[in-house]
Design a protein around this ligand. Structure first.
Ligand code: ATP
Ligand code: MG
Length: 252
């Protein structure tokens, strides 16, 4: 079974003359444990796809299955429950709650699901994302990069089956961006150096939206979105130059 499978997906915003067809005949499959990237120019529909996959909006046609569940057929309430348990989303605009502290934001999906947050896991993620000492602050008291790291911690906290991350390094400096990519690899089970910490790691399939070829090259494969569909895909071989060259070939 695929971790994620989008078939014949279509989505448009607006009606009549104002209608914009964003996705058309969009197909994408991620295997369990896959770590893949999605690239495309601004406005090509990357965030739209993530919102569809997270069950936040409903497609005009087609479907998206996550671990065999058709998320496009769920009611709003069922989609929210499914998302909290199985999908970690890092939104482009973070979607943090300003009234809650950093720690409360990170454990919110588990709390909403009536679960008991694992404090050791919280401490571990806070440390790995360089947020120590900031647990009691609220998002308006953080920098953009710190807010982004809180959003990342929240998406990773419940060890979801699928992680969808929308330009998660857009506000991070080069060092923070590198350590975030290393963390994703570790969660994805590719980091053989710390297998003991990684008992759940192989569970998370990751789709990373990014404009940065260096970040995309940390994934094994990259997909290029053009005119509403995946126009090309290639293995990255960890090579940012290869990703850049392919990008220019597809969009140049
Ligand atoms: N709620 C909306 N109503 C109408 N049009 C929208 C809406 N959201 C997005 N669009 C339009 O749909 C297209 C795709 O937007 P989307 O946010 O998916 O692009 P993107 O690839 O994520 O771009 P970026 O790299 O800038 O984040 C754009 O032309 C955008 O203006
Ligand atoms: Mg976007």
């Amino acid at each position: 079974m695929n971790a994620l499978k989008a078939t014949g997906l279509a989505h448009a915003y607006g009606k009549g003359a104002a209608r914009v067809d964003v996705l058309k005949n969009f197909d994408l499959e991620l295997s369990p444990g896959a770590f893949e990237a999605l690239m495309g120019p601004s406005g090509s529909g990357k965030s739209t796809f993530l919102h569809l996959a997270a069950g936040l909006i409903t497609p005009a046609a087609g479907k998206i299955e996550i671990g065999g569940t058709d998320v496009t057929a769920l009611s709003d309430g069922a989609a929210a429950r499914f998302r909290r348990r199985h999908v970690g989303v890092v939104f482009q605009n973070f979607n943090l709650l300003d009234a809650l502290t950093v720690a409360e934001n990170i454990v919110l999906p588990v709390k909403l699901d009536h679960g008991r947050p694992d404090r050791a896991r919280l401490a571990d993620l806070v440390a790995k994302l360089g947020l120590e000492g900031k647990e009691a602050r609220r998002p308006p008291e953080l920098s953009g990069g710190e807010r982004q790291r809180v959003a990342i911690a929240r998406a990773l906290f419940a060890q979801p089956d699928v992680i969808l991350a929308d330009e998660p390094t857009g506000n991070l400096d080069a060092a923070a961006s590198r350590s975030f990519c290393a963390l994703l690899k570790e969660l994805n089970g590719q980091d053989a150096r710390s297998p003991s910490e990684n008992t759940h790691a192989e569970k998370s399939a990751i789709l990373l939206v990014t404009h940065d070829p260096v970040v995309a090259a940390t994934a094994t494969k990259v997909h290029f979105l053009k005119e509403g569909r995946i126009a090309a895909s290639c293995e990255t071989e960890g090579d940012a130059e290869k990703v850049s060259a392919k990008y220019l070939e597809v969009y140049g």
